[in-house]
Design a protein around this ligand. Structure first.
Ligand SMILES: *Cc1c(COP(=O)(O)O)cnc(C)c1O
Length: 370
């Protein structure tokens, strides 16, 4: 029998090659390949429009964007975050010499549990760093109230939430600032790339972010601060510009596949399909299901692997359980995050995933979970 194609959770989207070539031709002509060139500036502007944010600063990747955003605060202290995220979120805190304080997540959408957050705020808290995990939007209203009440900025890790809106408002416009990732595996990408978006005018923050990503160089003879190299190059900006023209289709195709999974999996006992969040225009970047029953998630993971289907235990282990962090930082023990991390399984979803593959995966889950 012919071996079936291996299925991974994602496949990078690419625009038609003819659309990318004119950008390459222009770069061959001008030889201006990086350092805030024409495409960088155009991409920045188009992104601000698309995301409905006041300003955008571009970076070489999402992680550097987040690290430099935290650095721009100029403070050392505690930053409250959740351990149910990608390594980058907590690494950005620790690499800035700050201390992560792990707050638990809530059970429906896996975002920071605002009811448990207040008790973790101390005189040393310098920021709150929640994650719009899987594109589920955090409780932005309550986080806004907490931010105002305590005078602590909220920086969002919005790496999963590109293009989403909450009650019509661009998700990158909430809080002090938001980081987006344009990594090749994300719903929208510039091969590698990232951005910080700001909802309200903040020229001081913009100036600092620019300086930090450009060695602190603000003029031929002026170096203002000890920055690093976090610039996005023109090839990445070109890919971003091309993909931005297609993001609407990409999301539509993802939604169709998401709905197909939903029709096959929503009533399977022993499996929890994601709930709908009121007021959220989703990007369908991920399909995280939960498999109930002790050890069942791991068994089903192995079973799918044998079939050439490669889901991800995304996010397992919790960041607070990594070898480099275990037992080192304060928090409330995060029992819900622990439980979810043992049940979660993200399934393949991307714009050209075959419907027959969705059926193949769903049949296994229907049989094994019930
Ligand atoms: C992808 C991702 C990042 C890091 O972005 P890169 O562009 O890969 O550096 C940070 N946080 C989360 C939640 C992510 O998924």
């Amino acid at each position: 029998m012919k071996k079936k194609e291996e299925l991974y959770v994602t496949k990078s989207s690419l625009p038609p090659l003819e659309e990318f070539l004119p950008y390459l031709e222009k770069l061959w002509e001008t030889r201006l390949l990086t350092n805030m060139g024409e495409f960088h500036e155009q991409f920045k502007k188009e992104l601000s429009d698309f995301l409905s944010v006041e300003n955008t600063e571009l970076f070489v990747n999402g992680h550097v964007a987040l690290e430099l955003l935290i650095e721009s605060l100029g403070k050392k202290g505690e930053i409250i975050t959740t351990p149910f995220s990608f390594a980058s979120t907590t690494h950005a805190i620790v690499r800035n010499g700050c201390t992560p304080v792990f707050c638990d997540i809530e059970e429906d959408f896996y975002t920071i549990d605002v009811k448990k957050l207040r008790s973790l705020i101390s005189k040393d808290t310098v920021a709150i760093l929640p994650v719009h995990v899987y594109g589920h939007i955090c409780d932005v209203e309550e986080l806004d109230r907490i931010s105002k009440e305590y005078g602590i900025p909220v920086l969002y890790d919005a790496a999963h939430a590109f293009g989403e809106r909450y009650h019509g408002r661009g998700v990158g416009s909430f809080g002090y600032a938001s980081m987006f990732s344009f990594h090749a595996t994300k719903v929208f990408h510039s091969i590698e790339g990232g951005a910080v978006c700001i909802g309200e005018k903040n020229p001081e923050l913009l100036h600092k972010l620019y300086a930090l990503k450009n060695f602190g160089i603000m003029g031929q003879e002026s170096v203002e601060l000890v920055g690093c190299n976090g610039k996005m190059n023109e090839f990445s900006a070109s890919m971003g510009l091309c993909n931005l023209r297609h993001i609407g289709e990409y999301i539509k195709e993802r939604e169709k596949r998401y709905r197909h999974y939903e029709s096959l999996l929503k009533d399977v006992p022993g499996l929890i399909f994601p709930k709908e969040q009121e007021g959220v225009e989703k990007n369908y970047a991920y399909l995280p299901v939960r498999i109930l029953g002790e050890g069942r998630r791991n068994q089903i993971f192995s079973l799918l692997e044998k079939e050439g289907i490669h889901p991800r235990k995304y996010f397992y282990p919790l960041i607070s359980d990594y070898d480099c962090y275990k037992g080192k930082f304060p928090g409330d023990g995060t029992p819900i995050a622990k439980k979810i991390s043992e049940e979660i399984l993200t399934l393949p979803i991307y714009p050209d995933l075959d419907f027959s593959d969705i059926e193949r995966i769903s049949v296994i889950l229907q049989k094994e979970c019930s």
